[in-house]
Ligand binder design. Structure first.
Ligand code: AMP
Length: 422
């Protein structure tokens, strides 16, 4: 019969890989908690309207990449392409702002975008998302960037570049948009088809186009930074001052607009040269109008998302570095020994010892091989003779030293030995 494979762009994370995943997730949880962020878990499915309204109808994500379905109840629902919108929805739905508008939240989980799969780009991928809602202060932007760079340092990702930009606010952006549109009209014939369409719908996105001709055509396009109002200008200057206090190097990338419509003022990205075309590891920025646009009070916010698959392709660890080897292997020969092994194994597991055994009736030699392959610390050998004499041999798999132990005392002895080793 035909084998049914996974859907294109959807990947399994295999047992030998999950150690690394847990490590990057736990390190994030630890650092984020030092900075006062709390974990939230939001659904993977949301009403389509949530993403249309927050990300923007005329973005690539909403136009081309969402997995949207008509539910049996005749409502359109979407597999989340990002987490910010869901977190803000939860913030509003549970009135988290009523006692205090400030909420510092993070979530870790899968996102779905129907992009063309390639190295570093999947249709189901995972993000670590951080959102700091409630404060407009540039110290918050600096703080989350500090937390992000500290995280990357802790998981030993080097050679990255922090790029920052300011996109202005509702006061200054319309004027900039007008100037940019005017400039782009003059370059219409040099732009790709997508960008030509974007001139009237979403001109800022053109600054982000990766096509050579477009990059060339917009070389002298007006920059957001030349148009930002005094308030946005000061916000951006302070952000830079605070980054400097912590010695966080950055470059200003006036072309960085990011793919989602809700950004205001600060935007930032962490990029690396080591990933080829998909060079962004993390991205984020401020979204001061989003909470209001989603039907809530006028509360500002800022945040970022890190791509887990991309981080994992950069961390200098091997799958084996996270291998959780068993403490003990019980090699049993014969029915009675196997029965005792079954009892010992599970009693020790109940006491927190990692124990493996083999119920397939294999030879002692092949059981010893298996113990070696699993990198067990000790192997207990149990046979007919051992059962009769009530004494069994315990082998330290690293040193090869063997000792005789009374079977009745074995449980306590092994527990003590493992504690001493810790
Ligand atoms: P975004 O939500 O587009 O700002 O993306 C934030 C981060 O998620 C990026 O910097 C990437 O590391 C990661 N990312 C975005 N899209 C994908 C994808 N299709 N596959 C893998 N990682 C992705």
């Amino acid at each position: 019969m035909d084998m049914i494979t996974a859907v294109r762009g959807f990947k399994d994370i295999l047992p030998q890989e999950t150690g690394k995943w847990r490590y990057i997730e736990e390190t994030a949880r630890n650092i984020f908690s030092d900075f006062g962020f709390r974990e939230i878990r939001v659904p993977i499915l949301e009403k389509t309207a949530l993403f249309k309204r927050s990300i923007g109808e005329l973005t690539d994500i909403v136009e081309k990449e969402m997995y949207t379905f008509l539910d049996r109840s005749d409502e359109y629902i979407t597999l989340r392409p990002e987490a910010t919108a869901s977190i803000i929805r939860a913030y509003l739905e549970h009135s988290m702002y009523s006692a205090d508008p400030v909420a510092k939240l993070f979530t870790i989980g899968p996102m779905f975008r129907r992009e063309r799969p390639q190295k570093g780009r999947y249709r189901q991928f995972h993000q670590i998302n951080v959102e700091s809602i409630g404060l407009d202060d540039p110290r918050i932007d600096a703080e989350i960037i500090l937390m992000l760079t500290q995280y990357l340092e802790r998981i030993k990702i080097a050679d990255v570049e922090l790029q920052i930009n300011s996109l202005g606010c509702t006061t200054c952006r319309p004027d900039y948009r007008k100037k940019l549109t005017l400039f782009l009209r003059g370059k219409e014939n040099d732009l790709c088809e997508d960008c030509r369409r974007r001139i009237s719908s979403n001109p800022l996105r053109i600054l982000d186009c990766k096509r050579k001709n477009c990059i060339h055509a917009i070389e002298n396009a007006p920059k957001t930074l030349d148009f930002v109002c005094p308030g946005c200008n000061e916000h951006f200057a302070k952000l830079q001052e605070f980054l400097n206090i912590f010695g966080i190097p950055f470059v200003i990338n006036t072309r960085m607009v990011r793919g989602l419509d809700y950004y205001t003022k600060t935007t930032f990205e962490i990029v690396t040269e080591s990933l080829g075309a998909q060079n962004a590891i993390a991205g984020g920025g401020r979204y001061d109008g989003l909470v209001r646009d989603l039907g809530g009070p006028d509360v500002p916010g800022t945040g970022f998302a890190l791509g887990c698959e991309r981080i994992l392709s950069l961390v200098p660890f091997k799958d084996d570095d996270f291998l959780l080897s068993p403490d003990l292997f019980i090699a049993a020969i014969g029915d009675d020994a196997e029965k005792l092994s079954f009892i010992l194994c599970n009693r020790l597991r109940l006491r927190g010892v990692k124990v493996e055994t083999d119920y397939a009736g294999k030879s002692l030699k092949s059981q010893m091989k298996k113990s070696d392959k699993l990198k067990c610390r000790f192997t207990l050998m149990l046979g007919k003779k051992e059962l009769m004499e009530k004494v069994a041999v315990l082998r330290d798999m690293q040193s090869g030293i063997q000792e005789h132990l009374t079977i009745d005392d074995f449980e306590d002895i092994i527990v003590k030995k493992l504690q001493e080793r810790k």
